[in-house]
Ligand binder design. Sequence first.
Ligand SMILES: Nc1ncnc2c1ncn2[C@@H]1O[C@H](COP(=O)(O)OP(=O)(O)OP(=O)(O)O)[C@@H](O)[C@H]1O
Length: 268
Amino acid sequence: MLELKNLSFGYEPQHLILKNISLQLGNNHQHVIGLIGPNGSGKSTLFLNLVGVLRPTSGQIIVDGQPVKYHKHNLQALRQKIGIVFQDSDQQLFYSIVQDDVAFALNNLKYDTTEIQRRVQEVLEELDIWPLRKSPIQYLSGGQKKRVAIAGILVLQSEWLLLDEPTAGLDPDGRKRMAQLISHLVARGQKIILSSHDMDFMYDVCDYFYLLNAGQIIAEGTKKTVFTNQQLLENNKLEQPWLVKLHQKLGLPLYNNAQELFDQHDSM
Ligand SMILES: Nc1ncnc2c1ncn2[C@@H]1O[C@H](COP(=O)(O)OP(=O)(O)OP(=O)(O)O)[C@@H](O)[C@H]1O
């Protein structure tokens, strides 16, 4: 479990971006946790605190009962426990050949060569980019780069995966594949925290939400609790997902995802 205890953070100490956040992630069968909030509310900053790239100004992060320590070897262990995929894939790719890039962290951690090859192949196949393994990264499209960046984290087999704006720049097919990838990862036990402004996507894939505004968690709950509260969404400049609009404006049942709606329609 990940726990934040009175966590505050400021890039400058006198100007706090995250303000006294306390929460427990991974409780109550939460598998895909959505972090939502308007631009500049602190979502990426919170992610960077969770993976130890940024150090809280005050308060603590506790991972499986142990407070995070910021020595180099502790941070290396933390990154094997919590992997992050940045919004901008260019931030985490080294512009080498795909398979070398994906193997980079495992090489750094001095894994055995056979194990590295096995994991890299497994993940590239899983993400459907095995045919690209020998391609130079600079020749890939944005969506392909995103998958390579995810592959480079998945090979670490971390318990937690943080995805910052995973659908940014993806076409509808890429977006659909991302949703499929998330459900596939969750089915095999991966815990995911993701942040996105695409509320339809978030509604589809997440099972619990935290709403961040001006560095504070101002609401949390299931998709039903958060997304049927129109005032809360308006106050925080968030779009209501189309399935919730169908429910509230046309009186349809509140479906969990589009597939549920279409299955229901087909069986009529
Ligand atoms: N490196 C930095 N130095 C100083 N201030 C920063 C830095 N990075 C972010 N900020 C500020 O911190 C605040 C929160 O930014 P952050 O990127 O965490 O928000 P966000 O919720 O992820 O936003 P968005 O939805 O636009 O991606 C903003 O006011 C931003 O200007």
